[in-house]
Design a protein around this ligand. Structure first.
Ligand SMILES: [Zn+2]
Length: 106
């Protein structure tokens, strides 16, 4: 990260077609490295969280109210975890789950 951060970054140009950015791989890595240095040394550091989906390795900045965000995004991670929890609850209750009276349905 510190090796690439000081290197030249991509330079945006305004063309008749709009924004154009041409970059080498090294310039792309420099851009990512600078962002990482600034994020990891800045005020957002305490807000960094890893996604709650064990199959996901995304890291995100949690700016949600109360810092209660658990997933990188609802689609797919939040939906996947919520659906799995719903299926687990349904399996635990079973098809003959107890009703409000506590007696099993017949
Ligand atoms: Zn995720």
């Amino acid at each position: 990260m510190n090796e690439y951060a000081p290197k030249p970054t991509p330079v945006p140009r305004l063309t008749p077609a709009g924004l154009q950015v041409d970059a080498t791989v090294e310039q792309g890595l420099a851009h990512v490295a600078r962002d990482a240095v600034l994020t990891l040394s800045g005020p957002d550091l305490p807000l960094l969280k890893e996604c709650g989906n064990p199959e996901c390795s995304q890291v995100f900045v949690d700016r949600s109210r109360g810092a209660r965000r658990e997933w990188c995004a609802m689609d797919p991670c939040g939906n996947k975890i919520k659906a799995a929890a719903y299926r687990a609850r349904k399996r635990a209750n079973g098809p003959l789950a107890a009703g409000r009276s506590g007696r099993p349905f017949a």
